[in-house]
Design a protein around this ligand. Structure first.
Ligand code: CA
Length: 239
């Protein structure tokens, strides 16, 4: 059982109760806040491992809270939005949120995202510990998705027993997608995390690299099952 601490920020009491109940059942420690100012207070006091943040809140909205907390802590933020405009979603991700869900969402979906996000945090933490220890055998790490193996230490990809040596950015992109398995990643976020801020090649670069990857790891590159296109946003790695 995990003892990860989750902060739930939501002003609809019934939703707070449902979220609290479901998360506790999964073994998470849950802290709640129903207003913007209270959210900041609770986050600073409890230092949660993950934050579920509603956008429309009394006092201070979720965007503002996200912007403030991003500067203070690294805990991943999943935003809940009742608005359907694509713009809002992307804006949410650009301001430092790690993921979002549109209301109404299924509790199963939310729990899956929470789990994926916390797993990613743990992997990042282990990786930095391993790097700090400077032991090559500890740094060795592989991600296995059935017949697809991503060898992070050798920077090799093995698909159906065939070893592929990818271009550096191609490999970085695949590793980033795989680490965020199941999560929708916008092209802008991918560009920022894989290519960095200084890169000015535009988001088509992402599409081109995805196409190259698909040729290597997809059974049928024109009907991708691993790297799925999320129309109008970006991509999601399915494993
Ligand atoms: Ca609300």
């Amino acid at each position: 059982m995990s003892n990860d601490k989750v902060l739930v920020v939501e002003d609809e009491t019934s939703l707070v109760e449902t979220l609290e109940y479901s998360l506790r059942k999964q073994g998470y420690e849950v802290i709640t806040a129903t207003t913007g100012p209270k959210a900041l207070e609770q986050a600073r006091l409890h230092q949660p491992d993950l934050i579920i943040l509603d956008i429309m809140l009394p006092g201070l909205d979720g965007f503002e809270i996200c912007r403030i907390l991003r500067k203070e802590m690294n805990a991943p933020i999943i935003m809940l939005t009742a608005r359907t405009e694509e713009v809002d979603r992307v804006v949410g991700l650009e301001m430092g949120a790690d993921d979002y869900l549109t209301k109404p969402f299924s509790m199963r979906e939310l729990l899956a995202r929470v789990k994926a996000m916390l797993r990613r945090v743990r992997m990042d933490r282990e990786e930095s510990t391993a790097n700090a220890a400077l032991k090559p055998d500890v740094v060795a790490e592989r991600m296995v998705f059935e017949d697809l193996v991503i060898d992070l230490s050798r920077r090799e990809v093995i698909c159906k027993g065939v070893v592929h040596h990818l271009k550096p950015k191609e490999f970085d992109l695949l590793a980033f997608l795989a680490r965020n398995r199941g999560i929708v990643l916008s092209r802008d976020l991918i560009l920022e995390r894989v290519w960095g801020w200084e890169f000015d090649g535009g988001s088509r670069t992402v599409d081109v690299h995805v196409r190259w990857l698909r040729e290597k790891i997809e059974e049928n590159p024109s009907d991708p099952q691993r790297i799925v296109t999320v129309r109008g946003i970006g991509y999601r790695f399915e494993g």
